[in-house]
Design a binder for this molecule. Structure first.
Ligand SMILES: *Cc1c(COP(=O)(O)O)cnc(C)c1O
Ligand code: SF4
Length: 341
């Protein structure tokens, strides 16, 4: 039950300040254990083990708690379970379909769009999503370290049209608060910078990451702050996340969501409508619905079978306009994401 106290919002009488690092450390990385916990058929054991060698399994315990035991088609499970399909090769699926290596002034900084840049703050994530284009890279040598901050500041200072810095990764909320604070202090030196944006999936299953300490980092900042979460299915929105979302808004963040349209996860209007409604309960507005990138090992998530126009029309007919995400795809070399509908 959700209650409001002098200290803020509570759920079932407990506040949400439990140490997020403990939860992070309790993530499951052994495919056998995932299969055991969810009582999945034995035949998935071998392929899961093999595919986990392509891209390791990683799933926080709390995310597993949101899944339905025994259901191999569970939309949350599908996002994290390594499958034999990942070995399928298709000529139109590439290792680096976005040609990201082309848009880096130096490692760790992506400058594709005119007035906003994206920083790879860490290669690590709290969860490993099987459809992710990062599955084929080791991001450890691409992330921006504090040794490179002078170079970063130089670049930002010299490019006066850059108004927004996006902290991405990996997952930037894997960074400790003191690191985020230091980075923010650096960025604030850039007079023409207006907005700091964080792209993160971590709070979805570790809502306690959005703590008072986290809000305090930004409390005194002159920069506008935006948090873009990554939630693909209504069932990923727990009551704890609803509380955390509301608190985050109260602390001055604009709260948005980007989802990926994935076969067997959320590829129908009913699921998308539910997602939008649940996001709104948590104070989050849908922003982008991405068509999945054509990345080697992910072709089983493709939604080529879908009539995108029909899907989006159905969303528009059943949701207020502010709860309809923009359906987009990313094309290398374009000045922005490409709007499909
Ligand atoms: C998606 C993306 C952005 C942000 O684009 P918005 O349309 O502003 O959300 C910025 N830089 C890169 C490299 C991106 O891929
Ligand atoms: S970068 Fe985002 S989509 Fe990719 S594995 Fe990490 S959390 Fe998942």
């Amino acid at each position: 039950m959700l209650t409001r106290t002098d200290d803020g919002l509570q759920i079932n009488g407990e506040d949400l300040s439990a140490d997020w690092r403990t939860e992070l450390a309790e993530a499951i990385t052994d495919p056998d254990e995932l299969i055991r916990r969810l009582k999945l058929p034995e035949k998935y054991r071998q392929p899961a083990r093999r595919a986990a060698k392509l891209f390791p399994l990683k799933v926080p315990a709390r995310y597993i708690d949101l899944m339905e035991p025994g259901n191999i088609a569970d939309p949350l499970l599908r996002q994290v379970l390594p499958l034999g399909e990942e070995f399928h090769q298709r000529p139109d699926y590439l290792l680096d379909p976005l040609e990201e290596s082309e848009a880096q002034p130096f490692p760790g900084l992506l400058h594709k769009y005119k007035n906003r840049v994206l920083l790879i703050t860490t290669g690590a994530c709290a969860i490993h999503c099987r459809y992710c284009f990062r599955r084929n890279f080791s991001y450890s040598d691409q992330q921006i370290s504090s040794a490179q901050w002078p170079k970063l500041l130089d670049y930002l200072m010299n490019n006066t049209h850059i108004e927004e810095v996006i902290l991405s990764g990996g997952d930037p909320l894997m960074l400790a608060d003191h690191k985020l604070r230091k980075l923010l202090l650096q960025l604030e030196k850039v007079a023409h910078l207006q907005t700091i944006r964080i792209h993160s999936r971590l709070p979805v299953f570790i809502p306690s990451r959005l703590s008072k300490q986290f809000y305090d980092i930004f409390a005194q900042s002159r920069l506008s702050r935006v948090l873009v979460l990554h939630i693909n299915h209504a069932r990923e929105i727990s009551e704890e996340l609803v509380v955390a979302g509301i608190k985050t808004r109260e602390n001055g963040f604009t709260l948005l969501n980007q989802a990926v349209l994935l076969r067997g996860v959320n590829d129908n209007a009913e699921t998308q409508i539910k997602l939008s409604k649940n996001l709104f309960r948590a104070g989050i507005l849908p922003y982008y619905l991405h068509l999945p990138d054509r990345v080697t090992g992910t072709s089983h998530f493709a939604v080529d079978h879908l009539d995108h126009k029909r899907l989006m029309n159905e969303l528009r007919a059943n949701l207020p306009g502010y709860l309809v995400p923009r359906l987009v795809r990313e094309h290398p070399g374009e000045a922005s994401k490409t709007l499909i509908m």
